[in-house]
Ligand binder design. Sequence first.
Ligand SMILES: Nc1nc2c(c(=O)[nH]1)N[C@H]1C(S)=C(S)[C@@H](COP(=O)(O)OP(=O)(O)OC[C@H]3O[C@@H](n4cnc5c(=O)[nH]c(N)nc54)[C@H](O)[C@@H]3O)O[C@H]1N2
Ligand SMILES: Nc1nc2c(c(=O)[nH]1)N[C@H]1C(S)=C(S)[C@@H](COP(=O)(O)OP(=O)(O)OC[C@H]3O[C@@H](n4cnc5c(=O)[nH]c(N)nc54)[C@H](O)[C@@H]3O)O[C@H]1N2
Ligand code: SF4
Ligand SMILES: [Mo]
Length: 731
Amino acid sequence: MSEVKKTACHFCHMNCGMLATVENGVITKVVGDPEHPFNAGAQCPRGVSALDHLNHPNRINYPLKRVGERGSGEFKRVSWEEALDDIAARLTALKEKYGAETITTTGGTNRTDDFARRRFFNLVGSPNVVHTAPVCWIPNFLTEAASYGWAAFDPEIAGAKCAVIWGHNGGSSYLPEMRGMLQAKANGTKIIVIDPNYSETASKADIWMPLKPGSDNALALAWLNVIINEGLCDYEFIENWTVGFEELSERVEEYTPEWAAEKTGLSPELIAETARMYAMSKPACIVWGVATDQLGKGSAASAQARVALRIICGNLDVPGGDVMPGPHPTFITDWEMELNDMLPEEQRAKQLGSERFKLNSWPGYTMLTENMLRVWGKSIPAEWFCEANPSTVFRAMATEKPYPVKACITLANNPLVSYANSKLVYEGLKNLDLYVVMEYWMTPSAMLADYILPAASWLERPVMTTTYGVSDWLIASEKAIEPLYERKTDTEFWSELGHRMGQAEYWPWKTDEEIFKYRLDPIGLELESYEEFVELYRMHFAERDYRKYETRGVATPSGKVELKISIFEQLGYDPLPHYVAPPFSAEAKPELAEQYPLSLVAGGGFMPFFHSEHREITRIRLLRPYPRVAINPTLAQNRNIKEGEWVWIETPTGKVKQTAFITSAVAPDVIQAERGWWFPEKEVKAPSLMGVFESNINVCVDDDLDTLDELCGSFCSRGIMCRISKVEGND
Ligand SMILES: Nc1nc2c(c(=O)[nH]1)N[C@H]1C(S)=C(S)[C@@H](COP(=O)(O)OP(=O)(O)OC[C@H]3O[C@@H](n4cnc5c(=O)[nH]c(N)nc54)[C@H](O)[C@@H]3O)O[C@H]1N2
Ligand SMILES: Nc1nc2c(c(=O)[nH]1)N[C@H]1C(S)=C(S)[C@@H](COP(=O)(O)OP(=O)(O)OC[C@H]3O[C@@H](n4cnc5c(=O)[nH]c(N)nc54)[C@H](O)[C@@H]3O)O[C@H]1N2
Ligand code: SF4
Ligand SMILES: [Mo]
C-alpha cells in the first residue's frame, strides 16, 4: 500500500511543505510540496537529506542511562519506564531538598514542544527556563512590544517602496524568503542591506552598507538625526498616535552622520543619503535580523533606535510597512496553553537574573502582558519572552550561587556549542546532580548527561507552525509514520514526566494530534480529527487588518505608540534611544586594542548547516567538511595565510582554529568565523567531547555579566576584539 503524507520539514524555521511517500509503513521518498506557500516544491540540501536523518546509524533510538563517569561516553540501554520513573523520583527529591527553582531546563531554537516545557515547569514551580532567546530575536521583539504593544513582526516587502534588511541574511538563513525579496526588487522595491559582510543577500541589494561589526546602534541613531533634522517625518502620525517625539528629537541631536561615520566606518554622505531614501520611500519596512540581537550590551538600545525609525516615518502597521500581526484570535495560542498563573509569585521572584535583566523576565513580562491583554485579549508566551538568564544559570550550576542549581533538562539544544563561554557551560553541566538530554544524536552536551532520551523527528510527528503564537496564522502538517524504535515526541516526554510528578490532570491528551485538535477547535471548523484539518485546510490565516491602533488602541501604558518607552522607565532603564559602545570594541576596551587588532563576527547562519546540527550527515558534510573563517586577502597576505590553511582565532576569552576562507566579502580588519562546530567523528569522551573545544567559536565569546545587554542579558557575538595566526606544524 502506498500513500502520500503532507509533512513539513523542521530542519530550519521555514518549515517547508514536504510530501512523504509511505509504502507498507516505510518512507520511500520525500519531495518538496509544490502547493505549500513557503517553498512551492523546493528543498534545500538539508531538506533533501530527510531520509538520511531519519535512518542514520548514529541516531539515538532507545533511552540511555550513564554507567561510567560523567563524560566517559559509557551508557546502557534502559526502558522508558525505568528512565522516567528514576528522573521523576530524583527531580522530586531535589525539589524537596533545594526548592523547585533548583530544577532548570535549556532549549534552543524554534522546535515543536512550544508550550509543553513551560506548562511542565509552571506546574513544577520553577521559573528557571532558559533558551538561546536573548541572542535570537528577543531584544528586538520586546523593545517593539514595549513601544507599540506587539512586534511589527511581518514586514511587507512586497508592497514596500524600500526595504532595509538589517543584520539579516535570508540568502543563507531563510532561503525560501529570498524569492519574495527578489520579486519585490523586480517590482521596484529598493533594497538596502546593512551588513559588514558581502552576504548572499547583500549581493542582491541596491545599496550595501558594510558597517563595522556591532556599530548598528550608531547608524540607527544617525538616521534618526538626519530624518528629524530634515523634517522627513510623518508628523500626522506622530501628532495623533505617539508620545515622546520632543524628547527623542532632543536626544538625537548629538548623533550626527559625522559622529556615526567614525563609529561605523561608513561615510557621512552615505549615512545621510540612505536615511533620506528610507524616510522618503513610503511605505518602507525594516527587516530585522538577529545580528542586532547579538550585540551584547546595547542590543535593546539599538532596537530602540530602529523602533523609533519605523514610528516617525509612519510605517507602523500600514500595508507595505512593518505590520503587527497580533495573536491568532481563535486558535488556542501557546500563551493560553502555558498555565503561567500556576507559577506562584514567590517562585517568579526567584527567577535567576531577573533582578538585573528585567525586560525578558518576570518583571518586564508582567507589565507587557497586562497591556497586551487589554488590547489583544492574549499575551505573548512566557516561553522565550520570560526566562532566566542563561549566563546567570550556568554560573549558578558551576558555583551554587546565588543558590544551587542541581538539575537540568536539555531538550532541542546543544548548550556546549550554542551559548557563550563554552568552558563555563561545561563547568556548569558537569556539576549537576541530574542532567537529562532529549536528542536525535550523541552530541557533546548529551555526552555529559545522566539520561539521553530518543527524540522523534519531523517525519515521525505532526508539526504545527504557529511562530510561538506571536502571529495570526498557522500551518499544520501530519506525521508520515509512527516514531521508529523507541523514539518519542518532545511533548510526549513532558506529558509523561508530568504524569509522574503529580500533573496528570493537566495532561489529558494522549497524542500530539489530540492537543492540536483541542487548540484548533475554537476556530469553528467542526473537525473530526487533526488529520482532517491537514487534509482539508492545512493552514488558517486570520483576517488581517492594518492600522489596528485606530480600532483596538495601543497596548502600552499610555495607550499611544511610545517613542519614550514608559515600561523601560518603570523598569529603571533609559526610555529613549541612546548610544552604547559595543562591549568588546577598541572603544570600550582601548587597553586591549593593540594586542587584539581585529574585529570578530562570531556567527551568522550559513549553508548547509543549521547551527550545530547535521555535521554527521555525509551528503551535507561533504559540502562543507571543515569550519571556515572568512579573511580578507590583504589580511591573509600580511599573516602569510593561504586558502584552506588552519588559522588560530584568539580573543582574551579563548582560542580555537578554523580553516581560512580568503574573500573580499569582509574588510581587512574584520574576520567572520562560523559557529556551531564540533566533530561527530572525533573521540566520544571527555576531555575531547568530539572536539567541542577545538573550533567552536563560543569558546572565544565572553559572557561576563557586565558585557550583556542590560535589558535582556544577551551576549555579544558581533564585533569582538581578536587576533589570528597561522596554525604551525601539528598544533
Ligand atoms: N556565537 C554565536 N552563538 C550563537 C549564535 C551565533 O550566531 N553566534 N546563534 C544563536 C542562535 S540565534 C540560536 S537560536 C542558538 C541555537 O542553539 P541550538 O538551538 O542549541 O542549536 P542547535 O545546534 O540547532 O541545537 C539543537 C540540538 O537539538 C537537537 N534537536 C533538533 N531538533 C530537535 C527536536 O525537535 N527535539 C529534540 N529533542 N532535539 C532536537 C539537535 O540535534 C541539536 O543537537 O545559538 C545561538 N548561539
Ligand atoms: N542555514 C542556516 N539557517 C538558519 C540558521 C542556521 O544556523 N543555519 N539559524 C536560524 C536561526 S535560529 C536564526 S535566529 C536565523 C538568523 O538569521 P539572520 O537573521 O539572517 O541572522 P544571522 O544569520 O545571525 O546573520 C545575518 C547577517 O548578519 C551579519 N552581521 C554580522 N555581524 C553584524 C553586525 O554587527 N551588524 C550587522 N548589521 N550585521 C551583522 C552577518 O554577516 C550575516 O550576513 O537563521 C535561522 N536560519
Ligand atoms: S531546512 Fe531547507 S527544506 Fe527544510 S525547512 Fe529549511 S529551507 Fe526548507
Ligand atoms: Mo536563532
